[in-house]
Ligand binder design. Structure first.
Ligand code: AMP
Length: 459
């Protein structure tokens, strides 16, 4: 158990035992931020990773079993549980906690279908006129081939269910499309997740992650971020879980922000409410900013990873207070954000996103953190015989904050230069797209993120 000195001892301070569920860079960032809270007295993470053990006591749990997570929280007597990844949410962990009367942050099973089923999400958007790509649902191979012919190439092929970042393929040729459909639907490479598909038109534009904290009535936008999904520089190569992200208010001007709130956020929250579904927690709208306006590519029912890392670096308010305001006083909360941009560069293992090599010795994390304004968030790491080892595809998220985006990028890469493990791969252009938002003409009118209000229009 890691406690915050002073808080537990003072007579009137509320005692807040906190459990973070998950094991990636996002959960490390959440744990790091929650640990700073004045309300925190004990902090746990399940299952966590080698970096998180520096900030919280890590305990084993099977993330696919909501009842196991509930048992752990009950045994520990935690007051607040925060769920990082989608799988426990889609499996209904929030419903289990609510039945047991325990406080947990995240949407319930019905609401989590926005991420758990792409077909549900697309049909929901259609019902509520939320702008998105044209699409068709395919129940078998022949229907899928017809849908590709109808929508044209390139075609975006999406598995209906959760597929750990492997369920979306942008097929540029007929051959690639049919190969993907064969793999998903006949060879069942994704299991049940790929038995039904969404086929959709390919959109072009810049992508943006617009994430909010909401209790279904009020909503609280977090600063805008951009993820880098492709493995290689210049958005080349296969899709990954995300090779880096940056957060800078300059991504989002006032009129675009208003457009997103009006055309995407309001009908999404209104649509959920109209269908009798209460949505509480983080809601991630993955957008394509097309010439015709923003289009929703996907919903996630949680914070993004690696978007959470720069977002948490910029948050100045007490995260526990913000989370406890859900369902109570969210609209009245005032969050403070650093105006400074933040950048997270993901260091991945050789072979990622296919078969990552693991068990490599990692060195240099302390030297990296000695670079000012840098925090190294761990993802797939473990300790063995006092050595830090890689244990999966995405290993570390080196995150830096600075007054200007260019300086934050420089800091992040200076810190990356201190870290070594065999086969380490990373993109060299994280944040570069953001620099073009900062042309001299735009710099003076650079927007400031306003996070303190229930910013969605009346529903
Ligand atoms: P998703 O999980 O649906 O966000 O898809 C993963 C990635 O695939 C996105 O971040 C985009 O880079 C790409 N993608 C998804 N849908 C489309 C689309 N309709 N047009 C172009 N690219 C897309």
């Amino acid at each position: 158990m890691l406690t915050k000195r002073g808080v537990a001892d003072s007579v009137n301070a509320p005692r807040m035992k906190i459990l973070i569920v998950g094991s990636g860079g996002r959960e490390h960032a959440l744990t790091w931020k929650l640990r700073e809270s004045q309300l925190m007295t004990e902090i746990y993470c399940a299952p966590g990773n080698a970096g998180i053990t520096q900030e919280a006591e890590c305990l084993q749990v099977d993330l696919s079993r909501p009842s196991e997570i509930l048992d752990l929280a009950a045994q520990l007597g935690v007051d607040l549980t925060v769920v990082g990844p989608e799988a426990p949410l889609v499996a209904g962990v929030v419903d289990e906690f609510e039945r047991a009367g325990l406080t947990i942050i995240g949407p319930n099973k019905a609401a989590a279908r926005l991420e758990g089923s792409k077909i549900f999400a697309k049909q929901f958007m259609q019902r509520h006129r939320i702008p998105t790509a044209r699409f068709a649902v395919a129940e078998n191979f022949d229907e899928a081939v017809k849908a590709v012919a109808f929508l044209g190439l390139p075609a975006v092929i999406k598995a209906d269910g959760l597929a750990a970042g492997k369920g979306v393929v942008v097929a540029r040729s007929q051959e690639e499309a049919e190969k993907t459909l064969d793999q998903f639907m006949r060879q069942k490479t994704l299991g049940a997740a790929g038995e039904r598909l969404v086929i959709e038109e390919c959109l072009s534009g810049e992508e943006m992650s617009f994430i909010l904290l909401t209790d279904g009535r009020g909503s609280f936008p977090l600063p805008p971020t951009q993820d880098h999904k492709a493995l290689l520089d210049g958005d080349q190569g296969p899709n990954t879980g995300g090779m880096g992200a940056y957060s800078d208010d300059a991504i989002l001007g006032d009129s675009l922000r208003g457009d997103i709130l009006r055309r995407v956020v309001a009908p999404t929250l209104g649509g959920m409410a109209a269908e009798g579904i209460s949505y509480r927690g983080f809601l991630y709208c993955g957008l394509m900013l097309t010439e015709a306006g923003p289009r929703v590519l996907e919903y996630n029912v949680r914070l993004g990873d690696p978007e959470a890392q720069p977002i948490m670096m910029r948050l100045r308010s007490d995260l526990v207070e913000l989370l406890l305001a859900l369902g109570r006083t969210l609209g009245a909360m005032d969050a403070h954000w650093s105006p400074n941009p933040a950048v997270c560069v993901v260091l991945a293992s050789k072979g990622y996103p296919g078969q990552p090599e693991t068990g490599q010795v990692v060195t240099g994390c302390e030297a990296a953190e000695a670079v000012g304004g840098v925090k190294v968030f761990h993802a797939n790491t473990r300790m063995e015989n006092h050595q830090l080892l890689t244990s999966g595809g995405r290993v570390l998220g080196v995150t830096a904050v600075a007054e200007q985006l260019g300086a934050a990028i420089q800091r992040a890469y200076a810190a990356v230069g201190k870290i070594h493990f065999e086969g380490m791969q990373y993109r060299k252009d994280i944040g570069a797209k953001g620099l073009k938002h900062l042309s001299p003409g735009r710099k003076s009118e650079r927007p400031r993120h306003r996070g303190g209000h229930s910013a969605s229009p009346k529903l």
